[in-house]
Design a protein around this ligand. Structure first.
Ligand code: BG6
Length: 764
């Protein structure tokens, strides 16, 4: 985080950073540790900048209870002060168990390191990590302890969630717009759900986690901090005291628990295998999951349920705040078809985004509604490092002296008032500790009551082929309320998806047809070589009016032939090209659809649910979807080739050039800014300039060949695409750096192996 600040010129001009801990390390050893940490997160470092940065660090070894250690620390500070010829501002950051605080504070005070320089001359501040005690009483004792050595304006209690972009964005979403704030409260909003669901387990943190549990680890702090920001009354930006008071005020209106609500509206659970975690008690009753239902008694919010949920080893990493709005009343056309309430979602994972779900007229002659989303992505890059940006921002604000995003003792107290009774009830076994299998999410009854948060069933679809693409399409459709019946040649794959709760498992194509309601819709996602065989086996079990959607990369002439044959049997057909790789299939792909308009319109909701916003188009005529996708892939070959050649040239001219940074700058407003350049940047970041472990031979699939053939047929010349294809064919015998770039790119967007050409016909 310090490096993040240093690189962006956000550290003070004169600064020294002193590490203090038990291990015997020299300054050089310490700098090496820092260097490793920097390089792990950032492999584009500018060497001179890094050396300058490392020179800021020094180390003082010793133990917390040894006064001599602190004298040495004070001496080191003094040395820097005389070098700077001034009394320095001091920021003390503690990453120690709270049990050590008293000893450390006492010893810091012994050498006056808790005392600011005074007046205009400067400050001393202390950064404290959670947990702020383990209950209200301990928190108070901690405050008293801190109070003995520091004034409140010196104390910075950390909740790193305040430093997440999305969380900070809540203030401006509410108070810098005139969109929703007027109704913001129980008039407009039906319920608030805040969840911090993690797929990671407790891993190596057993010793810490077992003493706190999920509720104290993330509920008492992160979830309630987010709730406070969402529900607090207005306070002017920059007015620290008012902001913190507003947050504490709203938290202090959390409804008091009763015997009934404690037993009916709190749930705790532990995942199987948790007690085998290192340093966890074998009979541990610590919860690794919780869900709570509560309410704020503030007039603005009274009566509106609040759901809080968090845990480890759950089915998916999902961190979000969902505001479900009241149903419109009166509501035009809402009685026709499913009409879910509007939602506003602030999402931190799987990606940072703000999404508004709303209903609008479906274009066309009929007057019907369709659900649309307005989404606003805050980050384009997906490989953020946990904590780095948040801690950079929090250190920066601590240096600026902006306490508004640090927790006040009043907030901490209000949080414990809410959490303590729950923990006590759990400790008294008033609520059973449920079990869940790792990789699944318990679903307490009262969360299920949130019907409107669960998607309304959109209908049934069969999916044949559940590989990287088909599997992810299924996952995406399942979250949008489709009931899926899945078949895959290798049963393990479909069994796994069935275990995930994504599909109903079909043992054969016949079984798939039998399990689907009619008229059936079946999406094929199989290699083009397999389509005829699948149809031969499947079609005898279908009925007139059923629809086959071929979403794979089939040759368009084959699709035309298949369409004709199927139409004769009154089976409808659409040929569909899907681009965007497995990631797109999971979170929004680009879709090109060919066939008959009426059939497309019957299935438009399905396409809308698989596509990224506005990322699908219909082209009337059989074969056109696949033709357009085929040409897309031909173009892709040419674009990738020219990118790879250009980067090879860059490297030849300047072997020491950071190609990752070149890709980065190209991708900021240049004419060639593109997803491909972004992927190239990621690949270079992942594998380094030399792409050392990436194969220089690159595979090719059918589409470029078909593109070239189709062009020949029309007497059209395509020299770029043709040569790109020829390059790939030749690369098997002549690996090269250009080949490495192509392999690395295919790996980024299609998940293809970087090792060596693989002959599977994967859809990209
Ligand atoms: C920490 C908790 O405060 O927050 C961890 O101790 C949790 O258990 C983490 O994993 C989640 O933070 P983030 O920034 O990854 O959402």
């Amino acid at each position: 985080s310090l490096w993040h600040l240093f690189e962006r010129d956000r550290l003070p001009e004169r600064i020294a950073i002193i590490g203090a801990a038990r291990h015997e390390l020299s300054d050089i050893d310490f700098r090496r540790l820092i260097e490793d940490a920097v390089r792990t997160h950032d492999n584009t470092v500018d060497e001179d900048t890094l050396q300058l940065f490392l020179s800021l660090f020094s180390y003082a070894a010793g133990s917390f209870d040894d006064e001599a250690t602190f004298r040495a620390l004070a001496k080191a500070v003094e040395d820097h002060e005389s070098r700077f010829a001034m009394c320095a501002d001091k920021l003390v950051y503690l990453a120690v168990p709270p049990t050590e605080y008293e000893t450390i504070f006492t010893n810091l005070a012994g050498v006056q390191l808790n005392v600011p320089c005074g007046g205009e001359k400067g400050w001393t501040r202390i950064l404290i990590e959670k947990p702020f005690g383990k209950n209200a009483t301990e928190a108070k004792a901690l405050d008293m302890l801190l109070g003995r050595f520091f004034k409140e304006e010196q104390i910075y209690r950390i909740d790193h969630y305040f430093f997440k972009e999305i969380v900070q964005g809540i203030e401006n979403f509410r108070f810098s717009n005139n969109l929703f704030e007027h109704g913001w409260g129980n008039e407009l909003i039906d319920s608030i759900t805040i969840r911090l669901n993690e797929s990671i387990d407790v891993s190596k943190r057993g010793a810490f986690y077992d003493t706190v549990g999920a509720l104290r680890d993330v509920g008492q702090n992160h979830l309630l901090s987010m709730l406070a920001l969402l529900t607090m009354e207005y306070a002017p930006h920059g007015n620290t005291e008012r902001i913190r008071a507003r947050r504490a005020e709203i938290l202090s209106t959390l409804a008091p628990w009763s015997e009934r609500t404690l037993s009916e509206e709190t749930v705790r659970a532990q995942y199987d295998g948790y007690t085998a975690t290192e340093q966890v008690a074998p009979d541990s009753q610590t919860e690794t999951y919780f869900a709570l239902k509560s309410e704020l008694m503030h007039p603005r919010w009274r009566g509106m349920p609040i759901y809080l949920e968090a845990g480890k080893a759950l089915a998916e990493a999902r961190k979000e705040i969902v505001l479900t709005l009241k149903h419109a009343s009166p509501c035009s056309l809402c009685e026709v078809g499913p009409h879910e309430p509007n939602k506003i979602v602030f999402r931190l994972e799987p990606r940072d985004e703000i999404v508004i779900h709303f209903w609008t007229k479906k274009p066309g002659f009929e007057h019907t509604l369709e659900e649309r989303t307005l989404s606003f992505f805050l980050y384009e890059k997906e490989n953020k490092s946990q904590y780095v940006e948040e801690y950079a921002s929090l250190l920066y604000h601590a240096m600026l002296g902006d306490q508004s995003l640090f927790v006040s003792k009043e907030e901490v107290a209000a949080e414990w008032v809410f959490v303590d009774p729950v923990i006590t009830a759990w400790q008294k076994h008033k609520v059973p500790l449920l079990r869940y299998a790792p990789g699944t999410t318990p679903s307490p009854i009262f969360l299920k009551q949130l019907q409107h948060e669960m998607p309304v069933s959109r209908g049934m679809v069969g999916i044949v082929g559940l590989g990287k693409m088909g599997g992810n399409i299924a996952r995406q459709l399942a979250t949008k309320g489709w009931h899926l019946v899945g078949y895959n040649k290798l049963p393990e794959t479909s069994k796994q998806l069935a275990d995930e709760g994504v599909i109903t498992y079909a043992t054969s194509l016949k079984d798939l047809a039998a399990k689907l309601s009619t008229p059936r819709t079946i999406w094929l996602m199989v290699p083009h070589q397999a389509v005829d065989a699948v149809l031969a086996e499947l079609v005898p079990h279908l009925s007139p009016g059923d629809t086959i959607i071929d979403g794979g990369n089939s040759f368009f002439e084959d699709s035309k032939r298949r369409a004709e044959a199927l139409v004769k049997k009154s089976i409808q057909f659409l040929d569909v090209g899907v681009s965007g790789g497995p990631e797109g299939a999971l979170s929004g792909a680009c879709i090109m659809i060919g066939g008959e308009r009426e059939v497309f319109e019957q299935h438009e909701q399905l396409f809308r649910d698989i596509a990224a916003p506005q990322a699908y188009q219909f082209f009337p005529g059989f074969g056109r979807g696949h033709f357009i996708k085929m040409v897309h892939n031909g173009i892709e070959y040419g674009m990738m080739q020219s990118l790879a050649e250009g980067f090879m040239l860059l490297k030849e001219q300047y072997p020491d050039l950071s190609l990752e940074r070149v890709a980065n700058v190209y991708n900021h407003r240049s004419v060639i800014e593109s997803r491909l350049v972004g992927w190239l940047e990621n690949a270079l970041q992942e594998h380094g300039n030399e792409l050392e472990h990436v194969s220089g031979s690159v595979d090719h699939t059918g589409e470029a060949e078909w593109t070239v053939k189709s062009a020949e047929h029309l007497n059209v010349s395509l020299p770029v695409i043709e040569k790109s294809l020829a390059f790939r064919v030749a690369s098997k015998k002549h690996p090269s750096y250009v080949g490495k770039i192509l392999s690395a790119l295919r790996n980024q967007f299609g998940g293809h192996s970087v090792d060596s050409p693989d002959s599977n016909n994967k859809i990209i």
